[in-house]
Ligand binder design. Structure first.
Ligand SMILES: NC(=O)c1ccc[n+]([C@@H]2O[C@H](COP(=O)([O-])OP(=O)(O)OC[C@H]3O[C@@H](n4cnc5c(N)ncnc54)[C@H](O)[C@@H]3O)[C@@H](O)[C@H]2O)c1
Length: 453
């Protein structure tokens, strides 16, 4: 089948390459001349494990091409995906749909023959209706069906997620379009990935509800972590004890510096706005967003506490800048709020990330960027792990201690065990655990003796 993918970002490029790998003929279109130029030269503009090989193999097989010419790609296609960005709209937090609607207008002008237009971008309920209205208004003659097919891939594991999804959601009310969707995803269907066919509006809401739920799970365990620190419990064991309940599950129960990234913050905000617009407020999600916003900056206070309340003139080394490992994506990364707050408090920042340095440089000024974790830690008064890249899991602690001014480790991802770190002479501060030697907060003493029974 001939496919046009409009928007060649994280989602468009991964989806386009995977559909090509399934055997379809895909043209990935983007307005960004640098992006398309790089892809046409064989350079991959984003860091995503396995993607470069997949793209090159399918380009070689002539199933995948890159173009700035939307009209040509759409004219030939039986399936046209809209995979453009839907960022938060400045000022009010609603999803900015201007890229989606602009793409719909451009697509409408070039439709020929029966075409399925599929929204893969994350969009508010009713966007499919509006995309359809735009197309029908501009091209009353067009034979078109508009489908919602939200994407659930995770950056850092995007190719794997696309090829082995937990489910594929298709919001579709047209029998011919349903057949096209089944054909597109047939290789996955053969692998037994369930396809959930539903109404278009339902599909649009599934995506937001899923992201808001995951964001809630993270925020819940982060607040439990704060409580653990006060009462002398260990959040890692609480999370395990809770998560082993099959009704809850262990995933997304890792306490940390707060969620970031290109999706959770903007999607949770957009869902709040959808709820408010429809007089069905989502109070839990509203709280999740507020708690998470405060948490990212609060992590700077944790670093300050580890340095006995003052970071002015101190050197803080930060390793792991991207919002999660295995991506170069810095959008809404917790490291941004943390570093900015530490700079506000007078700290000097040294930083290192395995893949996100270029994007970080564009976002964070006044930072000394380093080549590896060890050069980053040189002369530092504290080392902060913000993102749990694999290569930070087995750092040479002796070497680190040798280059640092003070052996203080603030581990915002609980990568290390406190006893192990202390054995190497470090002062250790994790998340949701109480540093050894500190007594639980005594405002409300633990129940003892008769009172407990
Ligand atoms: N990044 C993720 O992990 C992820 C996961 C699931 C869903 N999503 C959703 O998918 C959508 C895309 O996200 P992304 O991270 O890939 O965005 P992105 O910003 O990386 O890429 C979007 C691309 O679309 C291009 N574009 C915009 N208008 C265009 C037009 N009219 N014609 C051609 N190209 C155009 C932009 O130049 C850009 O390259 C968003 O709605 C997002 O919420 C993202």
């Amino acid at each position: 089948m001939r496919v046009a993918m409009i928007g060649t970002g994280y989602v468009g490029l991964v989806s386009g390459a995977c559909f090509a790998d399934f055997g379809h003929h895909v043209t990935c279109v983007d307005k960004d001349v640098n992006k398309i130029g790089a892809l046409q030269r064989g350079d991959i503009p984003i860091y995503e494990p396995g993607l470069a090989d997949l793209v090159r193999a399918n380009v070689r097989e002539k199933r995948l091409e890159f173009s700035m010419l939307l009209p040509e790609a759409v004219r030939q296609a039986e399936a046209v995906f809209i995979a453009v960005g839907t960022p938060s709209r400045r000022g009010d937090g609603h999803a900015d749909l201007s890229f989606v609607y602009a793409a719909a207008r451009e697509i409408a002008a070039r439709l020929s023959g029966f075409t399925v237009v599929i929204t893969k971008s994350t969009v508010p309920v009713g966007t499919g209706d509006e995309v359809e209205r735009i197309i029908r208004e501009l091209r009353p003659d067009a034979d078109v069906a508009v489908v919602s097919n939200p994407e659930f891939l995770r950056e850092g594991a995007a190719v794997r997620d696309f090829k082995h999804p937990d489910r594929i959601v298709v919001g579709c009310e047209d029998e011919r379009a349903r057949k096209v969707m089944a054909e597109l995803y047939r290789p996955l269907y053969l692998n037994a990935s369930p396809i959930l066919y539903t109404q278009r509006r339902t599909a649009e809401l599934i995506k937001y509800a899923a992201n808001a739920f995951l964001a809630t799970k993270i925020t819940f365990i982060n607040e439990v972590a704060d409580l653990c620190e006060r009462v002398g419990a260990d959040v890692r064991e609480v999370a395990r004890g809770v998560g082993l309940d099959n009704r809850i599950g262990t995933k997304f129960l890792h306490a940390g510096p707060g969620f970031g990234g290109s999706c959770f913050p903007k999607d949770a905000l957009a869902l709040i706005k959808i709820g408010q617009d429809h007089e069905a407020p989502l109070r839990i999600v509203e709280t999740v967003v507020a708690v998470n916003d405060q948490r990212k900056r609060a992590m700077a206070r944790k670093v300050t506490a580890a340095l006995h309340g003052n970071v002015r003139g101190r050197i803080v080394a930060v390793i792991g800048l991207t919002f999660k490992p295995n991506t170069d994506d810095m959008r809404e990364a917790p490291s941004i709020a943390l570093i900015t707050a530490l700079q506000d408090m007078g700290a000097q920042i040294r930083a290192y990330d395995p893949a996100g340095m270029e994007q970080a440089r564009a976002m964070l000024q006044g930072v000394t960027y380093c080549d590896n974790p060890y050069s980053c830690a040189e002369e530092a008064d504290a080392l902060v792990i913000v993102t749990e890249w694999e290569q930070f899991r087995a750092l040479d602690l002796t070497r680190l201690k040798g280059v640092m001014a003070r052996p203080v480790l603030v581990d915002l991802r609980n990568v290390y065990r406190e006893d192990e770190i202390r054995r190497h002479g470090f002062d250790y501060h994790g998340i949701g655990t109480m540093p050894a030697g500190e007594a639980p907060w005594s405002g409300m003493p633990a129940l003892t003796g008769a009172a407990a029974s």
